[in-house]
Design a protein around this ligand. Structure first.
Ligand code: TPP
Length: 671
């Protein structure tokens, strides 16, 4: 009887323990922290000066509130996520120690500026982060006196900082100018050009290296491996904190022991880290420092202020810190759409195909048939849709880091050796490689294929990320072919066609969904020619390319509802053009409108306008005429006047001019 009771009691306890254990195991701790955000301290921060009143303990609390704020607001609007979670303590410490805006923080790329914006009076702005007419997701000079560079492209911060420092010095001023650069941005050549110059000039500047061992995907290259070796492992960091804490808590002698051990550790460290790439360039190297330890950050930053030489502080941070999903997959959470905090980001299932996916499929198909094909990316493997190719053909995929210039010239070298390189880069970032394309690829006439993703209007990221200039930059390069697909099949046909060329080519496409194929749109490619639809008589011809074919088709529908008949010419080839054929095509129309998903100046419209042989014909082009801010692609198309409604309005606004010209023509023929 007693035995049974004891057994029953034990069983009951085990059961209770199991229930408690499973509750603890499955309890979503990562969620609990964000369910009731309490911005007790953050609500009182309107400018960096407000940090002066806070103790270190309060700064730690503030950092936690900033992190909650970022998680909550980005989950609603979307935006750059994991880089911002990783840089919270570093930003708080920088604003605590330095005196912005007199002292100037220059964030490289600028995608990690959210904590900076939060501390500089822009909390409210996060409600409209990256939305049309809302707050920019990057630092913007027009937005705040605390922003000094309109950034977006990587590896520029040290040059900008050095320029400001020299400029202020020439005007008799000295303030701290502090570039904050990530380990991946440090793979870009410009950063070394600036460090080289800084080391030579020996100027008093503090460069912060924010090393999280990640780009968007994993950080690549020898520099990255070197940095990893210089930073010790996380388990070592944890052990170090534990050891420091234990030593400091030994009664009476703790602090004494601690200072002796520290001195000893320092001399060992200087023995091992006697020289590295930064010291070789003439900078004092300090680090690695735990980028989440506010105490340590403030201590080091304060001490470094007195050094009269260029210094690089190597700060180690964790990308995605403080939200379990982004800690596990920092790359996936680099930039996110709105998501549910409890669930995390759920991959969107859509039956619509993006141009990136169409390219991804096409290169997989062609890569299987042709073993000479290799793919090159400059730190944008996932973004450009190359991940499946890299996985399938690891030896034929090259991620060269944020080095667009090198990527292009390396591709030229591969082409010389007989390989068929496909260099996939966002349109905006290829701006870095204008000279390499002209000098290393086009002059020798090498068959390098460039696939330019995010060409034309790009949503959310603003001025620096718009892909507006590729056509005007490269259309004039002799021997260059530029193609723009609208449908999935066209993408594959164009890639196939580019592979038949023994000269350079560009295939450019937007961040959007492909058009459904059709008998007309998917006709076989003919060099220099597009496709006409419908071919029977109309008074108006809309000429366009890529995704804008969709807007033109919509506009044609809308025009027909007001009894205006218009035809479409989908160009496919933006250069070279079969001019004779195009002259023949445009001749019958009274009004020809070229619609450009690009900057108008230097666009294809200019060439087509020159083909008009009839005085009484009106040929004009519409497109983007200025730098474009952020917003959705639909909003920005409307803003630029190239969505279907704007096209209809433009056509109807021209009707009077067209009518008058017709009357003049009639009078002339009667005379
Ligand atoms: C010239 C250029 N190429 C590519 C990019 C796209 N890009 C934006 S952020 C990023 C990774 C930056 O990594 P890192 O500098 O280490 O900063 P982290 O996000 O890790 O904090 C890349 C490749 C860019 N902004 N500029």
């Amino acid at each position: 009887m007693l035995d049974i009771n004891i057994l029953g009691l034990c069983f009951k306890h085990i059961k209770t323990a199991l229930i408690i254990w499973s509750c603890l195991f499955f309890y979503p701790f990562h969620i609990r922290r964000y369910s009731l955000p309490d911005y007790h301290l953050l609500s009182k921060i309107e400018s960096p000066n407000d940090l002066n009143k806070l103790t270190t303990k309060e700064l730690i609390q503030l950092s936690s509130e900033i992190r909650d704020f970022i998680i909550n607001s980005v989950s609603k609007t979307g935006g750059h996520f994991s880089s911002n979670l990783g840089i919270v303590e570093l930003t708080v410490a920088l604003h605590k120690v330095f005196n912005s805006p007199k002292d100037k923080l220059i964030f490289d790329v600028g995608h990690q500026c959210y904590p900076h914006k939060i501390l500089t009076g822009r909390k409210e702005g996060f409600k409209t982060n990256r939305q049309y007419k809302g707050m920019s997701g990057f630092t913007r000079r027009y937005e705040s006196p605390h922003d000094f560079a309109d950034a977006g492209h990587a590896s520029t911060s040290i040059s900008t900082a050095l320029g400001i420092l020299l400029g202020e010095e020439l005007q008799g001023e000295f303030n701290y100018i502090i570039p904050i650069i990530g380990d991946a941005a440090l793979t870009g050549g410009m950063a070394y050009e600036a460090l080289n110059n800084l080391g030579h000039l020996k100027k008093k500047m503090i460069v912060i290296l924010n090393d999280n061992n990640m780009a968007i995907d994993s950080s690549v290259g020898a520099i990255s491996s070197k940095l990893s070796r210089m930073t010790t492992t996380r388990s070592y960091q944890k052990f170090k904190h534990f050891a420091d804490w234990t030593m400091l808590h030994i009664p009476f002698w703790g602090k004494f022991f601690y200072s002796i051990v520290m001195r000893w550790k320092k001399s060992i460290k200087t023995l091992f880290y006697k020289s590295n790439i930064f010291t070789d360039l003439g900078l004092k190297y300090i680090g690695p420092i735990d980028g989440h330890n506010i105490n340590e950050l403030i201590r080091v930053l304060t001490r470094v202020k007195d050094l009269d030489q260029p210094v690089l502080i190597h700060v180690v941070t964790k990308k995605g810190r403080g939200y379990s999903y982004s800690e596990e997959s920092p790359g996936l959470y680099h930039g996110v759409k709105p998501f549910d905090i409890k669930q995390g980001v759920v991959p969107s299932v859509s039956n619509k195909l993006t141009y990136t996916q169409a390219f991804s499929k096409a290169i997989m198909t062609l890569g299987k048939e042709n073993k000479q094909i290799v793919a090159i990316t400059a730190a944008m493997m996932s973004g450009t849709g190359l991940a499946p190719f890299f996985k399938q053909y690891p030896k034929r995929g090259f991620d060269v880091g944020i080095t667009e210039e090198h990527a292009v010239t390396m591709a030229a070298g591969m082409a010389i050796s007989g390989i068929r390189p496909i260099v996939s880069i966002y349109s905006t970032f290829i701006q870095r490689s204008v000279d390499q394309i002209i000098h290393d690829v086009a002059i020798p006439g090498l068959p390098v294929i460039f696939t330019l993703d995010r060409a034309g209007i790009v949503p959310a990221d603003g001025e620096a990320h718009q892909g507006l200039f590729d056509i005007s930059l490269f259309r004039s390069v002799p021997g260059m072919t530029i193609l723009a697909p609208s449908t999935e099949l066209e993408m594959e046909m164009m890639l196939k066609y580019a592979l038949t060329l023994d000269t350079p080519s560009i295939i450019r496409y937007s961040k959007d969904y492909v058009l459904d194929g059709s008998e007309v749109l998917d006709r076989p490619l003919v060099q220099g020619c597009g496709v006409l639809y419908p071919s029977d008589s109309c008074d108006i011809l809309l000429i366009t390319y890529g995704e804008l074919v969709r807007e033109a088709l919509l506009a044609i529908d809308k025009l027909s509802s007001i009894d205006v008949n218009a035809a479409l010419y989908s160009m496919r080839f933006l250069t070279p053009l079969d001019k004779k054929e195009l002259e023949r095509i445009i001749k019958p129309y009274d009004l020809v409108v070229i619609i450009e998903d690009a900057i108008i100046t230097g666009g294809v419209g200019e060439e087509i306008m020159g083909l008009s042989s009839r005085e009484t014909q009106t040929v004009c082009s519409i497109g983007v005429s200025d730098f474009l801010t952020h917003g959705s692609r639909a909003e920005l198309k409307k803003h630029a006047g190239i969505d279907s409604d704007s096209i209809v309005n433009f056509v109807t606004s021209k009707s009077e001019e067209v009518r008058l010209k017709r009357v003049i023509e009639k009078i002339k023929t009667k005379w």
